[in-house]
Design a protein around this ligand. Structure first.
Ligand SMILES: Cc1cc2nc3c(=O)[nH]c(=O)nc-3n(C[C@H](O)[C@H](O)[C@H](O)COP(=O)(O)O)c2cc1C
Length: 266
């Protein structure tokens, strides 16, 4: 709309308004003059709409050339991949910014955001809709501190998070519970990013707490899980205390993509 007031159409409207104000009422009377004015302004808006209409992706290319948050700042060119020509695909925008966050401010997660995270997890797709997962939401700092010692490496940062969501499953409910719990864990990670929160996956399945005890057993004991349950991961969530830029286009492994037959590249 800002453009509109700087456009030639605005000059046109002003000129027409001047004519209307000074001459038309005398010529055709005040009511027809007002109707004429409305028609002229409506027509101007219609012209403006046509004038502003851009080919699909033009706005994106402009954004990319400007280097704003949606683009990477490279010059607009015809080599841009087709999906990048879409107008603001929101998930891709989120994925471009997403990173694993391991440093958190002390700020607690609001109940509303927690509810959204839980809803996102429960909306996870699962094989045959069997939903074999269960989630344990932990906000108690003492318990979080214990969970942070689940592994010898890669879990200690959890101690600084205000929220841990432990993604568990009952393997008897589905033979592909690993896939199902992984999807749920990823959705929690993405939903956290969408809510302006940082998060990181902590792998528990097949990891060791120490030489004798597996991470799963350790977590199960802390949370009092049933013996036949398993633990896939813990998702640490909080307000980010670190700045991490999204991964650049140059890091994407396009050489891993084949077309029609393995090894055919573009
Ligand atoms: C299956 C899986 C397990 C992971 N386990 C851990 C973990 O135990 N500890 C950790 O700090 N990060 C873990 N991560 C996060 C990865 O280290 C991270 O995604 C990777 O380094 C890429 O960084 P980025 O997410 O910032 O792009 C895990 C990620 C996945 C997908």
């Amino acid at each position: 709309m800002n453009n509109f007031f700087h456009s030639p159409v605005m000059l046109y409207i002003l000129a027409v308004l001047l004519v209307l104000v000074f001459f038309l009422p005398d010529l055709i009377g005040p009511v027809p003059a007002i109707l004429c004015g409305a028609a002229v302004i409506g027509f101007a808006f219609y012209i403006y709409n046509l004038w502003c209409r851009e080919e699909p992706g033009a706005a994106d290319r402009k954004n990319r050339a400007r280097g704003d948050e949606y683009g990477s700042g490279e010059a607009a060119n015809d080599q841009i991949k087709p999906y990048k020509k879409l107008e603001k695909p929101m998930l891709l925008e989120l994925l471009r910014k997403r990173r694993s966050i391991r440093k958190f401010t002390g700020q607690k997660i609001e109940e509303e955001k927690l509810d959204i995270l839980i809803e996102a997890a429960l909306r996870s797709p699962s094989s045959r809709g069997l939903n074999p997962w269960e989630f344990v939401v932990v906000t108690d700092s003492e318990t979080i501190g214990e969970l942070a010692r689940s592994k010898t490496h890669g879990s200690s940062f959890l101690a600084g998070a205000p929220l841990a969501i432990v993604v568990c499953a009952d393997p008897a409910k589905s033979d592909v519970w690993i896939e199902d719990t992984s999807i749920a864990s990823l959705l929690l990670h993405l939903c956290a990013a969408d809510l302006g929160l940082g998060s990181c996956w902590i792998q528990i399945r097949k990891r060791q707490h120490d030489e004798k005890t597996g991470s799963e057993t350790y977590v199960k004991n802390i949370l009092g899980l049933k013996p036949d349950m398993t633990v896939e991961a813990i998702v640490a969530i909080g307000y980010s205390a670190e700045e991490k830029p999204g991964r650049g286009d140059d890091t994407l492994l396009y050489e891993r993509i084949s077309y029609e037959k393995y090894g055919n590249r573009r």
